[in-house]
Design a protein around this ligand. Structure first.
Ligand code: MN
Ligand code: MN
Length: 318
C-alpha cells in the first residue's frame, strides 16, 4: 500500500464502528421491498444490524480489509469474530478474528450442522446447512471451531453459515487445517494471532459491477439447488488467510518491521496435501489478487515491510 492510500484506509477504518452498509443507507430510503417478488435482491432493512457502540472490535485491531467497493460488504460484528458478508454471493468476503490462549478451552464441536445467521437483516437470504448438500464441497469454516472452544456460545458462533464457504475436502482437511493447527499451537506458546481469512472468486462471480451490487450470473460456480441465483452459494476458486503474530496481550502497539506474518492462498481443489507452507505468498501479492488492503491500521513504513515478503518457513522466536 502506498502511504496515502493507507492513510485513507485508516480514516475509513475509524468509521467502521458502524458497518459499511449502514453508511450507504441514507441514499436508499425510498426503495421499498416488493413482496410479490421475494427472490429479488431487495434492499434489506438495516436497523437490525447493530453498530458497534464505541470504538472498533478487537478483531479488527490491525485494520479493516478494505477494497474499492463496499456495496457487497455487510459487516456483522460478533463477540467471536467480524464477518464481511456478501449478500449477493451468500458467503463471506472475509472473516477477521483474534486468537489468543483464552479462546482455547475444553468445549468440543457444539454442532454437527451449520445454522442460518440470525444477525442477517430481513431481506437477505439465510443460507441453510442443507444448501451445501450433494455439492461435493465441505462447509469450510473460516473462523474454525477449534479456535473457539472456551465457551459453548463461542463455539456455536463458528457454526453460522455466514462463517463458511464451499471448500474442497482435500484442502479443508489438508493444508488449510494444518495452518489452523499451527495457529492454535502458536496461541498456546504465548502469541496472540490477528487473523483474516476469506475467499477469492472467479470474475464471473463479481458482485460489485453496479452501484447497488449484483447477484452473480449463471456462469458463477455455486452450490445450492435453488433455481434462483440469489439463493445459491458462490464457490471460491481459492481461500486465503493472513496471520500476524504479536506477544500475548498486545496488538497494534507491538507490530514492528520484524513482526512475523503469514499469508497463504490455497486453490480450492483436490490434492493439496498437508503442507501449508507451500502456499505462502506475501501480503502484497494477496492484496493485488483480492483487491483488499490488509493491516491498514499499521503505520505505512512498517506495513510496507511486513507485507513485502512471503513466509519462509521455520519457527517464530519470541
Ligand atoms: Mn475447516
Ligand atoms: Mn496493506
Amino acid at each position: 500500500m502506498t502511504p496515502s492510500r493507507a492513510a485513507g484506509c485508516a480514516a475509513l477504518a475509524l468509521l467502521v464502528g458502524c458497518d459499511l452498509d449502514l453508511i450507504e443507507l441514507p441514499s436508499l430510503p425510498s426503495l421499498p421491498t416488493v413482496p410479490s417478488r421475494p427472490s429479488l435482491p431487495t434492499v434489506p432493512s438495516w436497523p437490525t444490524v447493530p453498530a458497534l457502540p464505541s470504538g472498533r472490535s478487537v478483531h479488527l485491531a490491525l485494520g479493516v480489509p478494505t477494497d474499492a467497493s463496499s456495496q457487497d460488504e455487510l459487516v456483522l460484528v460478533k463477540p467471536q469474530y467480524v464477518v464481511s458478508y456478501n449478500r449477493f454471493r451468500n458467503d463471506p468476503n472475509w472473516v477477521a478474528w483474534r486468537l489468543t490462549a483464552a479462546d482455547l478451552g475444553t468445549v468440543g464441536r457444539t454442532q454437527r450442522t451449520f445454522s442460518p445467521d440470525p444477525q442477517l437483516p430481513d431481506g437477505v437470504y439465510r443460507v441453510h446447512h442443507r444448501d451445501y448438500a450433494g455439492s461435493g464441497y465441505d462447509h469450510g469454516h473460516l473462523c474454525p471451531s477449534a479456535e473457539r472452544t472456551a465457551t459453548f456460545d463461542d463455539n456455536a458462533a463458528t457454526f453460522l453459515t455466514t462463517n463458511i464457504v464451499p471448500q474442497r475436502h482435500a484442502i479443508n482437511a489438508g493444508a488449510w487445517e494444518s495452518l489452523e493447527r499451527w495457529s492454535v499451537e502458536k496461541a498456546r506458546e504465548g502469541w496472540d494471532l490477528f487473523i483474516v481469512a476469506g475467499g477469492r472468486w472467479d470474475p464471473s462471480c463479481a458482485t460489485d459491477s453496479s452501484p447497488l451490487g449484483a447477484v452473480p450470473g449463471d456462469a458463477c460456480p455455486s452450490v445450492g439447488r435453488s433455481p434462483d441465483p440469489a439463493r445459491r452459494v458462490a464457490i471460491p476458486i481459492s481461500t486465503w488467510k493472513v496471520i500476524v503474530l504479536v506477544p500475548r496481550g498486545h496488538g497494534l502497539d507491538a507490530v514492528t518491521a520484524g513482526t512475523p506474518v503469514v499469508a497463504v492462498e490455497m486453490p480450492n481443489e483436490a490434492g493439496s496435501g498437508h503442507d501449508w507452507e507451500r502456499y505462502a505468498v506475501s501480503v502484497d501479492e494477496l492484496e493485488a489478487r483480492t483487491g483488499y488492503d490488509f493491516l491498514n491500521l499499521v503505520a505505512g513504513a512498517v506495513q510496507q515491510r511486513i507485507e513485502a515478503a512471503a513466509w519462509r518457513g521455520g519457527d517464530v522466536a519470541r
